[in-house]
Design a protein around this ligand. Structure first.
Ligand code: HEM
Length: 501
């Protein structure tokens, strides 16, 4: 007993000593960015950062300026907050910053998937082929069918479809987009009724994982939550398994091409199941929440809703459904909606908050737009957080917290791409999809599916907030830095299919 006490005591001394020395050992070298190691050895600023990333970064920027290095859980992150200096990091022509290594660690932890060397190229080339251009047209058709199924039912419009229903808007958007996206990408069985039930079950479990996700990434889960995450991972590996896929029709070419590559590389079926889980997350974790923000702003700002409805009726024409009729739509209209495009960009500007991360592969210097040079250390991470540096910059976007549906429209109705900072035209003025090597390869499909859903909703349905005076819900601070944000609470709304008369 006494011996154990001694061993434990010695261990404690070693750990505390190590933490203390490691905190003291790193010193700022000449030309390096300001270094802020934080109040707690090893953890550094992790607690404040995880509590509210936006408030933390605002505080650091006020204290240190546009470039600073902070310690977070034993790792050093250099944040670059000046958007005019993003170019060298995003373009990285000398390939001295690495995106893949960091992503590898994360996907292994979160999805259990151990990526192969060629995965990055494979995902991007399958996405270029099937989530953009001609491949996208095929997927849009499939998405229209899925949305029809989910919004109208198996037999199209039912005779009693015009009564009002009430729901949480966040739940409504996420639920429909998730199920439609999942079925479109991962396919149907012979029994569509059963598929709908299964998609609902998967959505319920997906939300449980989604809620735990930010704290899981930061390793902040309690013991029960760890067990729950393990259960959810196993469940998704099972329901998305290659074994189940064999019973399905209409799996998208995007998914089947990627799985074919893994098979050819002799990746074990159990690992392919994990790959599917990762793709489910990448493809479904953002579109529902992003659509919530769009519809919420449309309901909150009648002028915006009016403009979108007018545009929708111009491109779609008559939108009354007869009994048993499903949605039909010429999908080329998705390319002719500048007003809705501006609404989408504006909603993403307000609601998307990804973090772009790169690992520094060797000591190197970073040249800022103002000519100042900083040394970056091998092994550190460089981080960009466009929500604060770009999307909320009042110089680039006057009154940045206000939703302006035509912010991304020129007076002649074309897409506005000219934005300025300190009088200079700026390249990165809105970055919901990330940028450079890690830019979202699904962005064109994401926009199409969200736009299709929104066009159908505003054209065929009546919708209104239960309380028209409801304020914009605050963003859940746990979600900062993780792609599309989510509201801290849901907002009640009601909807009905427009009556035929
Ligand atoms: C509103 C919707 C979406 C948003 C805002 C969004 C945003 C993003 C961002 C910011 C990244 C980069 C993350 C990083 O830098 O590490 C990303 C990655 C990715 N996204 Fe999206 N995304 C959306 C929808 C989609 C959809 C619908 C798909 C596929 C159908 C998709 C597929 C992917 C994939 C596969 C990656 C990882 C790419 C890689 O490993 O390089 N995303 N997304």
């Amino acid at each position: 007993m006494e011996l154990w006490g001694l061993v434990l005591g010695a261990l404690l001394v070693v750990i505390v000593g190590y933490l203390y020395v490691s905190r003291l050992s790193r010193q700022r070298k000449p030309q390096e960015p300001p270094l802020d190691k934080g109040p707690v050895p090893w953890l550094g600023h992790a607690i404040a950062f995880r509590k509210n990333m936006v408030e933390f970064l605002k505080h650091m920027q006020a204290k240190h300026g546009d470039v600073f290095t902070v310690q977070l859980g034993g790792q050093y992150f250099t944040f670059v907050m000046d958007p005019c200096s993003f170019g060298p990091i995003i373009k990285d022509t000398k390939r001295k910053l690495d995106f893949v290594e960091y992503a590898k660690e994360l996907v292994l932890k979160v999805f259990g998937y151990a990526p192969l060397q060629g995965d990055y190229q494979m995902i991007h080339s399958a996405s270029t082929k099937h989530l953009m251009g001609a491949g996208l047209e095929e997927l849009n058709e499939a998405m229209l069918d899925s949305l029809s199924l989910l919004m109208l039912g198996l037999k199209g419009r039912s005779p009693d479809a015009s009564c009002w229903c009430e729901d949480g808007l966040f739940h409504f958007c996420y639920n429909i987009l998730f199920k439609a996206g999942y079925l479109t990408l991962f396919g149907y069985t012979e029994d569509k009724e059963q598929d709908l039930l299964q998609a609902e079950e998967i959505f319920v479990e997906f939300r449980k994982f989604d809620i735990l996700f930010p704290r899981f990434v930061y390793s902040l889960l309690g013991p029960r939550e760890w067990l729950e995450v393990g259960r959810l991972q196993r469940l998704f590996h099972e329901v998305l398994s290659v074994k189940h896929n064999q019973k399905k029709n209409g799996i998208s070419n995007w998914i089947s091409d990627m799985l074919q590559f893994l098979k050819e590389e002799e990746v074990a079926p159990a690992m392919q199941d994990k790959f599917n889980f990762m793709m489910l997350w990448a493809s479904q974790g953002n579109t529902g929440p992003a659509t919530f923000w769009v519809i919420f702003f449309l309901l909150k700002y009648p002028e915006a809703m009016q403009a979108v409805k007018e545009e929708a009726s111009k491109v779609l024409g008559k939108t009354k459904l007869e009994v048993n009729q499903a949605f039909s739509c010429d999908l080329s209209v998705l390319k002719c909606t500048p007003v809705l495009d501006s609404v989408m960009e504006e909603s993403l500007r307000l609601g998307a908050s990804p973090t772009l991360l790169r690992v520094v592969k060797s000591d190197q210097s970073l040249k800022m737009a103002n000519g100042q040079q900083y040394l970056l250390r091998n092994g550190d991470k460089v981080a960009i957080f466009p929500y604060l540096s770009v999307q909320m910059d009042p110089d680039i976007h006057p009154e940045p917290t206000v939703f302006k549906y035509d912010r991304f429209l020129n007076p002649d109705g074309t897409r506005k791409v000219d934005f300025y900072k300190e009088g200079k035209k700026i390249h990165y003025y809105n970055m919901p999809w990330g940028a450079g090597v890690s830019i979202c390869p699904g962005r064109f499909f994401a926009l199409s599916e969200m736009k299709l859903f929104i066009l159908l909703l505003v054209s065929y349905f009546d919708l209104e907030l239960v309380d028209p005076d409801t304020p914009v819900p605050p963003i859940n601070p746990q979600r900062w830095g993780f792609g599309t944000t989510q509201p801290s609470h849901d907002v009640r709304f009601r909807y009905r299919l427009q009556p035929t008369e």
